[in-house]
Structure formats: C-alpha cells, structure tokens
Write a protein that binds this ligand. Structure first.
Ligand code: FMN
Ligand code: SF4
Length: 467
C-alpha cells in the first residue's frame, strides 16, 4: 500500500513535494513548468539558453553574427537572459499563483553568474528559487540573497554539500530552499560522478541520502529542510521507505525524464515518439560531453558514432620511441607520427573503410574520421559561441585568455548545437538525447498504453496515486 504524500511549505506557499527538474536546452519551458506549478508542484524553467519570442509570439532563432568567439559568447548571454525572462513571465501567468516556479542554470554554463543576475533582476516576484548543479556553485547563495529567492544546490554526495556549506552557504542559511540529491548513476542529463565513484557500480541512493542528511544535521540544518531525491524516480510506491522516514527527514521527489512525455512538454513530437521505444539498458552513462562531466543519454546513432570515433583511436609519439617504431602512413601528413605495429595495421583498415583522416586529441592519440566528419568537427569548433565556462571540444574558456590551453578534442562534440537542434525539431537520432536510466518505463508502464500522452495535471495526479 502506497503511503501517500503530504503538501509542504515552500517559499511561503503550500506545494506538493514534487518537482519537475529543469531541463536544458528548452526541454522544460514556460508551458511545462507553469503547468507543473498550476498542478500544485514546483515547476522549473530552464534558464539554459531558453527561447525568446518576437512580437507575434514566434521563437526567435538564435543565430550568431559576432566575428569572434567572445562577441558570440556575449550574444549568447543576451539570448540566455532574454529567453529565461520570457519563459519565467509566461510560466508565472500559467501557474496562476499555484505551486511555485524555480529556474535552473548549470554552474559550468558560460556566463552563468551574468545570466542569473540578468534574469533575477528582471523577474522579481515571479521566481521562487534557483536550482544549480554541474560544478560547485559557491556563489549561488550570495546571488540568491541579492534577489531574495531560495537557492537549491544540486549535489551527488553529502561531501559536495558540506564543501559548499562550509565555504559559502552557511552565511545564507535562511534562503537554502532544499538540497537536491541527484543520483549520478541514474539521472538524465549531466551526472556528478566524482573520481572516487565507479561509473559501472551504481550505489544505493538511500545510504547516500542518509549520509547527506547526517551531514546537514551536523551543520545544524533542520530535518524540515527538504532533500529532493532526483534520478530514477518513477513510481512513488517504490519509495515508500523514504516517505515519513525519520532517518531521512523531509523528502521531496524530482522528475526529469517522466515529464518529457506530456502534452505541455515542449520537446518535438519526433523526440516524444522516440521515448516510447526505449528499452531497458538503452540509456548510456558516458563521458563525451565537452563539459568533462559524465552524462546520461539514449544510445542512439549519434552516441554510437561518438563511441565508434573513440574506438578508432591510437596512441602516437612524434619520435621513434618504445613500441612506437612504425611510421604512420595513413590519415596524417608528414612523417612525425610513430605508432605500434598493431595500431599501424588497424589504422590502415580504418583508412580502407573511409576513415581517411586522423585528428589529434589532447591525450597524444589520433582518432580516425571520414573527411565529412572532419569538416563538421572543424566547422563546429570554428562556430563556437562560448556556451560553457570550459569546453573540451573547442578549448573555449569564458574568462582570462578565453582558452583552456588544451588541444580541442575531436572525441567530443558541440553540445550547444546538438541540444538546440533536438529541441527545435532536428532528427533525434542524429543528436544528443538526454534521458534518465528509468526511461524504459514509458514502454512498459500501462499509463502510456495505446499512445496515451497525459497532460501535466494528469501526470501529477497519477504520480500522487503512487503509480
Ligand atoms: C533532457 C534532459 C535535460 C536535462 N537538463 C538539465 C539541466 O539543464 N540542468 C539540470 O540541472 N538538470 C538537467 N537534467 C536533470 C533533471 O533536471 C533531473 O534532475 C533528472 O532528469 C532526474 O532524473 P530522471 O531523469 O531519472 O528523472 C536534465 C534531464 C533530462 C532528461
Ligand atoms: S563548442 Fe563548446 S563552448 Fe562552443 S558552443 Fe559548442 S559546446 Fe559551447
């Protein structure tokens, strides 16, 4: 028997302890988050390069005419602020005073602080909280304080929270709205696995969340301050032990993947169709993101081609040394590429298959690609508009000398381009399709049988039944 949830107090209002996680780019927007709030929960507008609209209500295409990367980066920050403001205003209208609206940014997003200031300045009274992960957002508390909104750090371990608290958050205790625990093995999008954790060995979230709670208690934080459980949450009946459990204190639940398939979800129908085909094991935890973080996405042709590219990889030396005693005679110009005997043979095979160009990686290896792939990689790197604070793919950095100082890595990809593409109708097979590891439930959960796509209100009602 499912225990059932009780409403809680958040930002001076009564809400269901159910959160729609923020999803960039444009995978949560005013329509989804406003509807989630209207259903009594906490909706999250993604402030990660959101869409803005012209006077007729059409989405303004985000094109970049700046000549330099820094010019385009500044343009991107302007788009980001205008977009998030537009989304918040509409979400606020739709919510009609019910539930609550948060916004989400990634700390590693290019110009994250500038975007937060820009958006919060122009949306006073319409945003209740800011959720932020992907990195260590030390300055989040200070920014939230300036605008009198709650802040909700997203962490994947108690240790990460303690570091944030000790360094900065203890100075702004009253505006800490909740702490989001995002399961780094199960959640869709970027994942906060640390070096100490093994991506192939998922850990039970209960003891990890218990440890987070114990650390919060040790810092004098009340058990009434919610921990938001995110990652792999589908049927609440599976979380019975978590509800009203004095060991864990107040718990809320965050959904990222499940709300992708609703009437109000802004993702294109092509993408929604793909969701219903996902089988167990189709979601891959991988490391191709240019942020350097792990992330979870559907293993579609796009991801498989990145896997293939990394498999067609060999180490080399610029001088004859060790086992690198053979001069590479395919894929490269010049004579300074020395490789092992077996790798020479593999490289010749790839060359025969059409992967005739070798590109250097920052790790003294070469990857073999087709001339067409090479052209796309080089164009995307040249077109970079600086969407991240550090980008492995293009070597862009959003401060100092604007370069990470490392070689641009052809094993990665332009995540900005791919996420904008998939959100605006491009072929989902050819782009990054973030999804959590529980996504296969769309296919098996009877709620979705006969192609049923719920409204957000129907989904929230369903979740509250435990199913
Ligand atoms: C398509 C997609 C995009 C996401 N984008 C973001 C994001 O921009 N920022 C963020 O903090 N989390 C992001 N997430 C994570 C969700 O907010 C949520 O925490 C997570 O999906 C919960 O796990 P679940 O996927 O198992 O439901 C994204 C998730 C998905 C599926
Ligand atoms: S190349 Fe990197 S920093 Fe530049 S736009 Fe693409 S993902 Fe963003």
């Amino acid at each position: 028997m499912f225990k059932g949830l009780k409403p809680i107090q958040y930002a001076g209002r009564e809400v269901w302890p159910l959160v729609e996680g923020g999803k960039g780019v444009s995978a949560t927007n005013h329509a989804s988050s406003g509807a989630w709030a209207a259903a009594g929960g906490i909706g999250t507008v993604s402030a990660v390069n959101a869409d803005s609209y012209d006077d007729d209500g059409n989405v303004i295409p985000q094109t970049y005419d700046g000549r330099t990367r820094t010019d385009r980066h500044e343009q991107l920050v302007r788009y980001a602020i205008d977009g998030a403001v537009a989304q918040v205003e509409r979400a606020h209208e739709i919510a009609g005073g019910k539930g609550a609206i948060n916004i989400n940014v990634l700390w590693e997003q290019g110009g994250a602080e500038q975007v937060l200031h820009g958006v919060l300045e122009r949306t006073r009274g319409k945003v209740q909280g800011v959720t932020c992960g992907a990195g260590m957002p030390y300055r989040l508390s200070e920014i939230a304080q300036q605008y009198g909104v709650y802040y909700l750090p997203i962490v994947s371990s108690g240790r990460a929270f303690r570091a944030l608290w000790k360094r900065a958050y203890h100075k702004v205790p009253d505006l800490l709205g909740a702490v989001v625990y995002e399961d780094p093995w199960l959640a869709g999008g970027h994942n906060g696995l640390s070096n100490a954790e093994d991506p192939t060995k998922p850990e039970d979230p209960f003891p990890r969340v218990k440890q987070l709670r114990d650390m919060m208690r040790a810092e004098g934080i009340s058990d009434d301050l919610p921990i938001v459980m995110a990652g792999g949450v589908w049927f609440l009946r599976d979380w019975n032990d978590w509800i009203d459990n004095p060991e864990l204190g107040q718990i809320m639940f965050q959904y990222g993947t499940r709300p992708l398939l609703t009437q109000e979800s802004p993702i294109p129908d092509l993408w929604k169709d793909e969701l219903t085909k996902i089988e167990e094991g189709d979601v891959l935890l991988h490391k191709f993101s240019p942020t350097g973080f792990y992330s979870s996405a559907v293993k579609n042709p796009f991801l498989r081609s990145l896997e293939g590219r990394s498999e067609r990889q060999i180490p080399f030396s610029t001088e004859k040394a060790g086992e690198h005693i053979h001069q590479l005679d395919v894929g490269v110009k010049g004579k300074n590429f020395w490789v092992a005997a077996g790798d020479l043979l593999r490289a010749r095979e790839w060359d025969q298959q059409g992967y005739t160009t070798a590109l250097k990686t920052p790790d003294n290896t070469l990857v073999f690609v087709t001339p067409d792939e090479r052209a796309v990689i080089r164009k995307d790197q040249a077109d970079c508009m600086g969407c991240l604070s550090h980008c492995g793919f293009s070597s862009w950095k959003d401060h100092d000398n604007y370069s990470t100082g490392r070689l641009a890595d052809p094993r990665s990809f332009c995540i900005q381009k791919s996420l904008q593409n998939i959100a605006h109708g491009a072929d989902p097979d050819e782009n990054l399709m973030f999804a959590g590891h529980a996504a296969y439930n769309f296919k098996t959960d009877p709620f979705y049988s006969n192609g049923f796509v719920p409204t957000v209100e129907q989904l929230v009602e369903r979740i509250l039944t435990g199913d």
